[in-house]
Design a protein around this ligand. Structure first.
Ligand code: SAM
Length: 207
């Protein structure tokens, strides 16, 4: 584990306090159903490197480690990182976890993949360009952004809705290749069945 703890000032939410109070309705039981779907399609190659920004206490970093991927989880909440470290230690898994602002995180070596799950919808929409810059800078050209876009009509948040017209503007065709097939919707069982739309985007080379 590396890095220093930062407050939630940029995001307007004290995430550490939420974890300490065990007030985390965004957490799914087990892995997101899109993960085994993409895994069955061969999307996650053993030995490849994957970044999970805003990993929280999610099950996905452990799942990626068990699939043989080299996983890096980033979160600004120390309790979440402690939870991940304890989980990895208990299962004898290998992974790297960093306590820092994921929006400012830049890896020494770009990743093969980024897993976006309820992090983008957790940050204020004004911070979205920082999120896109982080995702683009963190990936190799040709790398994959596995994104689960939270659909929600109410303007308040978090979670802030990630309407698809806004996502298309945030992740433009000049920088990302979007899937040509319709996106699969996964209801979130603890967030009133709000749909998350699953998209695998490919990072284009920088222009
Ligand atoms: C809604 S939770 C989602 C956690 C996890 N992805 C999951 O699916 O359970 C949002 C997470 O983002 C983290 N977070 C919020 N802003 C962050 C930032 N700027 N840098 C790193 N982590 C951040 C919070 O600490 C929290 O763990």
């Amino acid at each position: 584990m590396t890095g220093t703890s930062t407050s939630g000032a940029r995001t307007g939410m004290d995430w550490e306090a939420r974890f300490r109070a065990d007030d985390a309705p965004w957490e799914r039981v087990g892995v997101h159903p899109a993960l085994p779907h993409w895994a069955d399609a061969g999307a996650f190659k053993p030995g490849s490197r994957i970044l999970v920004p805003g990993c929280g206490r999610s099950a996905e970093p452990g799942a990626f480690a068990r699939l043989g991927l080299a996983v890096t989880g980033v979160d600004l909440a120390p309790s979440a990182i402690d939870w991940q470290l304890a989980r990895f230690a208990s299962e004898n898994l290998t992974g790297r976890f960093v306590i820092t602002d994921a929006l400012a995180f830049r890896p020494d070596l770009p990743f093969d993949a980024v897993w976006e799950q309820t992090f983008l919808c957790a940050i204020h929409p004004r911070l979205r360009p920082d999120w896109e810059a982080m995702a683009h800078a963190s990936l190799k050209p040709g790398g994959s952004l596995f994104a689960l876009f939270m659909q929600k009509d109410e303007p308040s948040g978090p979670p802030y809705g990630c309407a698809m017209d806004a996502m298309r503007a945030l992740l433009p065709d000049t920088r990302w290749i979007w899937p040509e097939t319709p996106l699969t919707a996964y209801p979130h069982p603890h967030l009133n069945d709000k749909a998350e739309l699953a998209a695998r985007l490919i990072r284009r080379p920088a222009l």
